[in-house]
Design a binder for this molecule. Sequence first.
Ligand code: CP3
Length: 336
Amino acid sequence: MSNLKKILVNKHSCKSIWFMRQAGRYLPEFREIRSKNTNFIDLCLNSKLSSEITLQPIKRFDIDSAIIFSDILLVPYALGQNVNFSKNYGPKLDKLNIDKFLDNSEEMFSRKLEPVYKAIEITRVKLEKKKSLISFVGAPWTLIIYMFNLKESSKEINNEALNDNIKSINKILEKLTNFLCTHIKNQINAGADVVQIFDSWAGIIPKKNIDEYCYKPNAKIVDFCKKEKIPCICFPKGIMEDYEEFNKIVKPDAINLDPLINPSWAKKKLTNVVLQGGLDPKILLQKDDDMIDAATKYMYAFKDIPYVFNLGHGLLPETDPDKVKKLVNFYRNFNG
Ligand code: CP3
């Protein structure tokens, strides 16, 4: 059993470290592949390259888990919505055609994502047994943000666009959740052993809608994972003190902290759940000593409970890979 699974399932306090966005733009070996593959979706659907990219951070840092190189937006793509990644604007999706969306079958959806499952199969064979292979999905709300183009800025939602689309959103929410469960199951069948559910934009849900758009859809996916015995990690980024309510209602095996969550608050309030992450990825852009001080705070706060070391968001593209190496070495030698 992988270290990560031992922590999530058996609550063993063994060491485990990985990083969100560990395979990505901060690695020269990724940038080399990316420069020759200008269409990001096509790159995600190239099983051989996707597997190679997944293994790049494992080769460099010998961390405990690989996360499959893919993207949360492959789900809307597989449901018929065109996805474009433009250099300065981030992802842009074509207007959602609701009838076309509702017409999708599970078979068609799974067939379109077959290259992701193949990449997982290839990677699992190449990965040592004790290492975990993490699969992932975007939570329904976070996908809806992109599918309906609802984001005004990194902190705000376009309320007008939300209100204009509310009927369509409610219409597709359940079906989208079902497709996400199918995608999870397919990834596990292909050889992944854990799933992380990214709700990156949970923090901009209007308070009155948090139950409907965050707790309920996440709980539905977590219930599915429990039924299927799939260890799951939730990440409701930016919901502040609502982490407590989220944890009580959704009950995931583990929960990833964001940088705004105070570690001792988390230890006290988030019970019956494994904690993961929290460290601000920006600290890896600072001096070594500052990075080590900040990382020590997390390691020390959680030294006597099961804790998976990770960040409070993905590694930034401008991160020096040597900094990551130093952090991993420090973690491995930490006895505090
Ligand atoms: O973590 C990993 O190393 C695995 C691969 C992974 C990617 N995206 C690859 C990627 C994972 C787990 C994701 C998740 C993802 N994708 C999220 C949730 C986590 C988060 O960051 O909030 C979201 C919201 C997306 C959607 C997305 N994909 C955006 C907004 C962007 C553009 C800006 C950005 O954040 O990089 C992407 C592109 C993307 N996904 C890249 C990578 C390596 C960069 C592609 C490139 O330009 O080379």
